[in-house]
Design a protein around this ligand. Structure first.
Ligand code: GDP
Ligand code: MG
Length: 163
């Protein structure tokens, strides 16, 4: 079995855009057998000759924040169960939100490697602003733009080192 990388984070940070960039033209396998909160997409990717499975978690987008926290909690627990490495995605355009802090708290309570991905770092100014996310308590922070591809090479270099 290939090593598994899960993409987690609150809604709208760009998880699915990152997933699509990682799997490229390959097709995602949709697994909705568990219902809405477990809805996930699987795909395969490779970098520097290393192959891995990527999971995009959560098509889950309820409107009430308390329900959303429960959904994210479940999303993170499933991701931790199944994966070897976590990509925790946040949004440089929006900055830190309370939901980001909730996800961070869940991820800090476990041992698997977490790479913090500051997405939407489309330009240099935003990439500099991304340093605010160090306050979430993770050592490895990667400013990327899933839309224009900036920073994704550095992220993947580190990711495959950890596989
Ligand atoms: P998800 O809910 O976390 O899966 O987020 P999506 O991948 O659906 O993206 C949410 C929105 O953010 C969409 O409108 C994307 O086009 C936009 N988005 C994703 N990545 C980037 C990025 O790198 N830069 C910018 N500016 N927008 C992005
Ligand atoms: Mg999505």
């Amino acid at each position: 079995m290939l090593p598994v990388v899960s993409i987690v984070g609150r809604p709208n940070v760009g998880k699915s855009t990152i997933f699509n960039r990682l799997i490229g033209s390959r097709k995602a396998i949709v697994d909705d057998q568990y219902g809405v909160t477990r809805d996930r997409h699987y795909g395969e990717s490779h970098w520097n000759g290393r192959e891995f499975t990527v999971i995009d978690t959560g098509g889950y987008q309820p409107d009430a924040t308390d329900v959303m926290i429960e959904g994210i909690r479940e999303q993170v627990h499933i991701a931790l169960d199944e994966s070897d490495i976590i990509l925790f995605v946040v949004d440089t355009e929006a900055g830190i939100t309370s939901l980001d802090m909730s996800v961070a708290n869940l991820l800090r309570q476990q041992e698997k490697p977490v790479l913090l991905v500051a997405n939407k770092s489309d330009n240099e100014e935003r990439a500099l602003n991304a340093t605010e996310f160090y306050s979430l308590g993770f050592e490895e922070l990667f400013p990327v733009s899933a839309i224009n591809g900036t920073g994704t090479g550095d992220l993947l270099d580190r990711l495959v080192e950890l596989l």
